[in-house]
Design a protein around this ligand. Sequence first.
Ligand SMILES: *Cc1c(COP(=O)(O)O)cnc(C)c1O
Length: 431
Amino acid sequence: MISRKRSEELFTLAKTYFPGGVNSPVRAFRSVGGTPLFIKKGDGCILTDEDDNTFIDFCLSWGPMILGHNSNIVREKVWETIQNGTSFGAPTALENELAELILNNNRYIQKLRFVSSGTEAVMSAVRLARGYTGRDKILKFEGCYHGHVDSLLVKAGSGLVTFGNSSSAGVPKGLVNDTIVVPLNRIDLVEEAFKQFPGEIAAVIIEPIPANNGLLQVSKEFLFCLQCKAKKHGALLIFDEVISGFRVGFEGAAGLYSIQPDIVTYGKIIGGGFPVGAYGASTEIMSKVSPEGDVYQAGTLSGNPVAMSGGIAALGECLKPGFYEQLDAKTKRFTDSIELHARNKNYPFRIFRIGSIFWLAFTRNDIRAAEEIDPNGMEHFKKLHAFLLNEGVYFGPSGYEVGFISTAHTDEQLNKAAASITRGLDFVFQA
Ligand SMILES: *Cc1c(COP(=O)(O)O)cnc(C)c1O
């Protein structure tokens, strides 16, 4: 068993400072039990906690650390920038530099605006869609997460095309009533929603690769049809690529599937481990954003030079030839070896994977919608999670969360982790 003495002390203290002892709820280990590990440092794919335990990390700060922790390239660029001060509230050349890197290598957006988080990007994209169309309603999908934006903290109600129920206290009814929730992969119900609310839907928002509630399988055809339906009914299609952007390819899911959304949101990888988000669209749509247009959106720390440097360094690496191919092949070798073991043992276990995103799922079935996830599988995950911590393998503390692989994970480290996971599955299914 790993020692958790120091983490336990720190958590006890943290609970006197922060609700639940944390500054973001899933960090609290509520769904797996036990004490959150307080991390002292990260290097490559290795995390070291305050008790000096080390772990091979598959959480990667929930996605951003595609180069692994403490990358020389990111650290040096950020260090160089910090020598000259950290925030000015005036433009810097670094904003242009990151924008150029992105826009010159992304066929799906022509202009963008930097913000400081994924939530802020989505919130702003929704406002832009409403401002651009002059409509109020938003159509979203059950099982997709878009940050803690009021209008989007809404889950499905009882019908198939429904005004949802808010999934958080404090969300005004008026906003809930402007959000329509539909199951994934049901284009007939999308059409139905447009028929029920003609001329009212400003935007259809989707995670084109839903990766916040397991890794749900959404077909390219469905995404393509969404784009057609949105266009036909005068609504904008928003791809929330906060998790998939720069992860499944430099152009994210839009590039992977060759589908043109109207607005795209980014976060996570875009800042190389610093707080950056962005939303982008055509020049025409972006001209609605203030000060050019009348959709107001601002930020004291937007385009922060230190954060921009992190993004410039990280995305520069992502653009190198073969970057995504290598990451994809490495992840496939890793997940294939674990799946093979599960199949040989006939365990009800699969790994869903797109690029370097993967999800450990306790099922035999394809999972194409949130309601297809068997909650009983989460008990298995809980056991596996605890087992893996003792083995020195770190996953995000919830069975609904995906794992990620970075360029820093070596084949040797991945083989070691795969061996731990297969032992973990034997433990879960045979204990
Ligand atoms: C993480 C995430 C968000 C929220 O981003 P934050 O930076 O946590 O605010 C929004 N949408 C998707 C798809 C995400 O994965």
